[in-house]
Design a protein around this ligand. Structure first.
Ligand code: GLY
Ligand code: MN
Ligand code: MN
Length: 440
């Protein structure tokens, strides 16, 4: 993605945000939108700070992800203002003066202390919708996070502008580059920790930048959905490798999972079957489709694979109906993604608020909205061999629905997940992840 492309897409992105802000303020009855970038947080009884995470409402406007103590002031009809904190500090690296294609669209005021911001904020705080975290803030301009304003902005954040798609495309490109390096490290016999380092090295990102903690699993560890331990020593025999890891670009996330078998064995065939089913699910990311239906359809497709591989003894339909498929696929088919890896407003009924319920029996689905052009979602089916859930099936008297010898055969490989980031368009969906793998 060239800098000029981003520069050419940015003005209309900003115009969209300004229009949204104007409507959100009108709904809440406010004159100004104030967005503090957020503060550093410190470990208990210690002076060490946690990795800084910028306020997503702030980075929606600017690709600035390391600017604690700064503020954005948006007033309809006026050029947006950035109060940029650049402290006099010789202990830490001071954020560089803002640069890049976007600066000309803002009035930028450099402040030297957090307190100085007050002088440049609208005087009457009661006229301001202030979106932020309350911790560490003082003065009159404390975040009020008005529900009407947040509901409107968060609902519409699901619809990405072309600029945002371009940013996510870049985040996908970086993530895929690192996935390739991770696969090479796996094939070379690295430990989980070593694979993680290879990933970070190739992405040029670590805990300060990555959109979420890398999930790097060898063998049975792939059965732990969010396995974030990392063994320092490689296993005697590495049979399988599941990696769920993303990358950031200018505040936007990618979220990518791949699973590999060490051999061309039956587990490899199972991966291939999930991969083929996943591609069909990605193709179903179409305007007008209820995302909940994609999730339910995924259960049927995955149960079909379990049947084909002899893991279940009942029909796929019966496995879905009786909840057997949920023991093997115990999470949602995906979620919205953008400025946050799990993007906000997944259940939003409208831009006034309200909640679209999850299907009964599917508590982990994170998105229940109808897909529309501009939405970006993950599609991440999985099949796992999780003893806890399989024991529950047995305890419920559903043990006959499973061929336990087949479970024993696959258990040493843990599980499979394949995850892509897919843009809903007016026509065929755009798969950012596959596109990045095809061009890497
Ligand atoms: N990486 C977390 C998820 O896939 O939702
Ligand atoms: Mn995901
Ligand atoms: Mn993921």
């Amino acid at each position: 993605m060239s800098a000029t492309t981003l520069a050419s897409l940015y003005p209309s992105h900003l115009a969209t945000l300004q229009a949204r802000a104007a409507e959100a303020l009108a709904r809440g009855g406010f004159d100004h939108l104030l967005v503090p970038s957020g503060n550093l947080h410190y470990q208990l009884f210690d002076d060490r700070d946690y990795p800084y995470a910028v306020n997503p409402q702030f980075k929606a406007w600017l690709p600035l992800t390391r600017a604690p103590g700064s503020w954005l002031v948006v007033t309809p009809g006026a050029k947006p203002k950035l109060l940029f904190l650049q402290p006099h500090d010789y202990w830490h690296v001071v954020p560089a003066a803002p640069g890049g294609h976007w600066v000309e669209h803002f009035d930028i005021v450099v402040i030297r202390t957090p307190e100085e911001a007050t002088r440049h904020l609208p005087k009457d705080a009661s006229r301001c919708a202030i979106l932020g975290e309350p911790q560490g803030m003082t003065g009159d301009h404390l975040p009020n996070n008005p529900q009407a304003v947040l509901a409107y902005l968060e609902y519409h954040r699901a619809f990405k502008t072309p600029y945002e798609i371009a940013m996510m495309r870049e985040a996908s490109r970086i993530g895929v580059r690192a996935h390739r390096a991770a696969e090479r490290a796996f094939r070379a016999g690295s430990s989980e920790f070593g694979i993680h380092l290879a990933y970070c090295q190739a992405a040029g990102q670590d805990a300060n930048d990555l959109p979420y903690g890398n999930i790097v699993c060898l063998n049975e560890h792939a059965a732990v959905l969010h396995y974030t331990d990392r063994d320092r020593i490689p296993p005697t025999q590495a049979r399988s490798f599941l990696i769920d890891a993303g990358a950031s670009f200018g505040g936007y996330a990618s979220d990518i999972t791949r699973t590999y078998s060490a051999q061309a064995d039956e587990f490899a065939a199972l991966i291939e079957a999930v991969d083929a089913a996943q591609l069909k699910m990605c193709d179903a990311v179409r305007a007008g489709t209820d995302y909940r239906q994609l999730h339910l359809d995924a259960h049927l497709a995955l149960a079909g694979i379990l049947k084909d591989f002899g893991v279940i003894t009942v029909s796929p339909e019966a496995a879905v109906q009786t909840g057997v498929s949920r023991a093997f696929f115990p999470h949602g088919i995906g979620h919205g993604i953008g400025l946050q890896v799990h993007d906000v407003a997944g259940f939003a009924e409208s831009d006034h608020g309200g909640t679209i319920p999850k299907p009964d029996g599917h508590p982990y689905l994170r998105l229940t909205r109808v897909l529309e052009p501009g939405m970006v979602v993950t599609i991440e089916p999985g099949l796992y061999f999780i003893d806890m859930l399989l024991d529950e099936l047995k305890a419920k008297g559903q043990g006959d629905a499973v061929d336990w010898d087949r479970v024993d055969a696959f258990r040493p490989c843990g599980g499979i997940r394949i995850e892509d980031d897919v843009v809903c368009t007016e026509g065929v969906p755009l798969n950012l992840t596959r596109e990045a793998f095809a061009t890497a």
